[in-house]
Design a protein around this ligand. Structure first.
Ligand SMILES: Cc1ncc(COP(=O)(O)O)c(C=O)c1O
Length: 439
């Protein structure tokens, strides 16, 4: 058996995703263990996890309950085909999720990642309109600076140029709302007061293209990957109004925001706006087993299922591993931990301290902007040479100093596990200050 703590025999064959492969292999950052709030590196150092891995390890690392539930599922039922067969765990997880989702988003469709959740949601929107006899509604509306994963549907509606430019135009007819990052939002904590009128872009698309050509509008309530773009007050509300008026499916991509990150179960709860679908992944299983899901409204579910004849498949979509036993078991065990430890409430309690410490970094000369909401925060740094050079250097320096973060361009993204304590906030921001002051 290959030991996780042993240096690999070769670093060459593994083509790493979203990674500077050549540089990594010259100077690897290998992780060999994780417990609670910390990673262990191959050099034996402890590194504070300030990003919950990739926004996913919300309940902290090394949770025995999840490992045991996954082990039990693997030994009792390793696999069950999800097409025309089922197993109890995916039904039970769906019941639990439906109880957590806002409004009547009570029907849960599974994939294996956030990207698959997004593509599933977009396809379900198309199927919904088709089931009502409006199959001509095929346009998908996304937003500049959005990240919706890497599959072609998500890429089509996303708005980060580096992720898009190499891969062609994506699906035809897509439209993009302008982003909501306005100059006057610099160093604004929480929701900006201005910018709600940017939601009128959707109304303009209705007027320009006709609502009867538009299937869905997808937004991250807080744009995560670009760096914590918090929605202006009134913005999501206005999108909701326009979508309701014109029967456009409103999808909130909560792959990052879902499960407590904003201090409520979903960002939808934090901002008081209920979409027609929510995509989720990451903290769904504490990042331990790949799983993504879409929660759909009663109307969407009933319309699609009701349009098919009895005994016919209603939606020709799904994955070999949709709701597979080990992922469903990990999802259930994660929900148990969340409930037992009150992690959503804990996130709400810790958020003000986290944001205080984050915004206290604004005096550092290299810091050009700070944004944050809940346990999600970002600081932008002035670029050097070309975009991303400083960001990459800072990622390495923070790692050497003992903090793991996610970097996008020249922005440092923070989304710690919801179990963090005061001492972790102190350690995180002391180390970040040290590195940034040295820039
Ligand atoms: C908002 C959002 N949607 C979708 C995704 C894609 O998720 P995955 O990497 O699991 O495919 C991400 C990943 O960060 C995300 O932040």
């Amino acid at each position: 058996m290959t030991e996780i703590t042993k240096m690999p025999n070769s670093l060459e064959e593994y083509w790493m995703p979203f990674t500077a492969n050549r540089d990594f292999k010259a100077n690897p950052r290998l992780i060999t263990g994780a417990q609670g709030m910390y990673y262990t590196t191959h050099r034996g150092d402890q590194v504070l996890d300030a990003s919950a891995g990739l926004f996913c390890v919300a309940a902290g690392h090394g949770r025995k309950e999840i490992a045991e539930a996954a082990h039990k599922a693997l030994t009792e039922l390793d696999y069950c085909p999800p097409f025309q067969y089922g197993h109890p765990l995916s039904f039970e997880l769906s019941r639990r999720l439906a109880a957590l989702t806002p409004g009547d988003l009570n029907h849960i469709f599974y994939g294996n990642s956030g990207s698959e959740a997004v593509d599933s949601a977009l396809k379900i929107s198309l199927a919904y309109h088709r089931a009502k006899g409006e199959g001509q509604r095929t346009r998908l509306v996304g937003r500049e600076l959005a990240y919706h994963g890497v599959n072609f549907g998500g890429l089509t509606v996303a708005g980060l140029v580096n992720n898009k430019r190499v891969f062609g135009p994506g699906l035809p007819g897509a439209l993009h709302l302008r982003h909501t990052r306005l100059p006057e939002h610099q160093f604004v904590r929480g929701q900006p007061e201005t910018g709600a009128e940017l939601a009128e872009d959707l109304q303009r698309f209705v007027e320009l293209h006709g609502a009867d050509t538009i299937a869905a509008c997808i937004v991250e309530p807080i744009a995560g990957s670009v760096g914590s773009l918090v929605p202006p007050k009134g913005y999501l509300e206005r999108l909701r109004e326009i979508c309701t008026q014109h029967d456009i499916v409103l999808i909130f991509d909560e792959v990052i925001c879902g499960f407590g990150r904003t201090g409520k179960q979903f960002a939808s709860d934090s901002f008081g706006v209920v979409p027609d679908m929510i995509t989720m992944a990451k903290a769904l299983t504490n990042g331990v087993v790949p799983m993504g899901a879409v929660a759909c409204s009663e109307n969407i579910h009933e319309t699609i299922t009701g349009a098919a004849p009895e005994q016919a498949i209603e939606l020709f979509h799904g994955y070999t591993y949709s709701g597979c036993p080990v992922a469903a078991a990990a999802g259930l065990a994660t929900r148990d931990i969340f409930e037992r430890e009150g992690l959503v409430e804990r996130a709400a309690e810790m958020a003000p301290k986290f944001l205080d410490a984050l915004f206290a970094l604004r005096d550092i000369p290299v810091v050009t902007d700070i944004r944050g909401y809940g346990l999600l925060g970002t600081l932008d740094m002035a670029p050097v040479e070309r975009p991303g050079v400083r960001g990459y250097a800072v990622l390495q320096q923070l790692y050497d100093a003992g903090v793991m973060t996610k970097i996008t361009g020249d922005s440092v993204l923070l989304s710690p596990p919801l179990i963090l304590e005061d001492r972790h906030i102190d350690e995180m921001f002391t180390k970040i200050r040290g590195v940034l002051q040295g820039q």
